[in-house]
Design a protein around this ligand. Structure first.
Ligand code: PAF
Length: 296
């Protein structure tokens, strides 16, 4: 239940609502905006976990109205198999969102978001040409297509994204500047299981044995944080690569130590005040990403 001091609004919004069309969503939000309510947006692809819950809780605490979009965006999947296998759990998602206080769940169809194929091209080199951009061609173009559509539909005051997708966050910030959008992008820290595994919707696809193996990703990153105190950046990179390569069941796609501002690889710890290690690893056929801040 949402309680606002403005009675006009209280009458309209009592419980979380599921909305499927942009028209309906815009009408509801226009009413809130008219009476000065701040709107927060948390874009998701569903299969929600506590990482998403933490974004929504923050949005709820900082805004009067929180919209959570649940949409598995086809244009950001360069691998059709990955799209087909992406978990879809709207009922469970709604239960979680109600619990954490979301106001609206926006769950549109593909036709609603893409009545016509989206021919817009977003290019934010060098941010989108490295790491995920290099290994998943077209991925960030798809992300920018859907996130910009969501921004136009919701016109939020603030939008919330997890730092686990470190590169995505940097590119969305750039897109907001490029499109002159008037909203604040809020980056939120990675949420981990108690044992350290970064929460991800893809974790549900890990077998029990793979789940144990996958833990070596975060363990390696944390160990590298200690290692980095006494070793050069090159040695630290090698340490992470060797550790992942030595773990049966893990296949390293890339590990890059980058300047957190421009995502370009750095060669020395002194090269920047903001240094982040970004990793992508296959555990079986599940592609997992994680990152760690060496300097922030
Ligand atoms: O991070 C995600 O889940 C997606 O890339 C996003 C931002 C919801 C766009 O589909």
């Amino acid at each position: 239940m949402h309680r606002f001091s403005d009675t006009r609004f209280e009458k309209t919004i009592k419980e979380m609502e599921l909305v499927n069309t942009i028209k309906e969503l815009k009408a509801k939000l226009a009413e809130a905006r008219k009476i000065g309510k701040k709107i927060g947006l948390v874009p998701t692809m569903g299969a929600l976990h506590n990482g998403h819950a933490s974004l929504v809780k923050r949005a709820v605490s900082e805004n009067d109205v929180t919209v959570v979009s649940v949409f598995v965006n086809p244009t950001q999947f360069n691998d059709k198999n990955d799209l087909a296998k992406y978990p879809r759990t709207l009922e469970a998602d709604c239960a979680l969102l109600e619990e954490v206080g979301a106001t609206y769940v926006f769950a549109p169809s593909v036709e609603e978001m893409y009545p016509e194929p989206d021919s817009r091209e977003f290019s934010y080199a060098p941010l989108d040409t490295v790491m995920e951009g290099a290994f998943r061609p077209g991925h960030f173009n798809g992300v920018c297509q859907i996130v910009s559509k969501l921004f136009y539909a919701v016109e939020p005051d603030r939008a919330y994204f997890g730092e686990k997708d470190f590169q995505q966050l940097a590119i969305i910030r750039e897109m907001v500047k490029d499109l002159n959008l008037n909203l604040e992008i809020c980056g939120c820290p990675i949420v981990r299981e108690e044992d350290g595994l970064a929460l991800s919707s893809r974790n549900t696809r890990l077998s029990a044995a793979e789940r144990v193996t996958a833990l070596n990703i975060s363990k390696t990153l944390f160990a590298s944080l200690e290692y980095a105190k006494e070793h050069s950046l090159c040695e630290t990179k090698q340490f992470v690569e060797n550790s992942i390569d030595a773990t049966e069941g893990l296949r390293l796609e890339y590990f890059q130590i980058v300047d957190g501002n421009n995502l370009q690889e750095v060669a020395e710890w002194e090269s920047s005040d903001y240094i982040v290690g970004c990793i992508t690893v296959f555990c079986g056929d599940v592609r997992l990403i994680d990152n760690i801040k060496y300097k922030a």
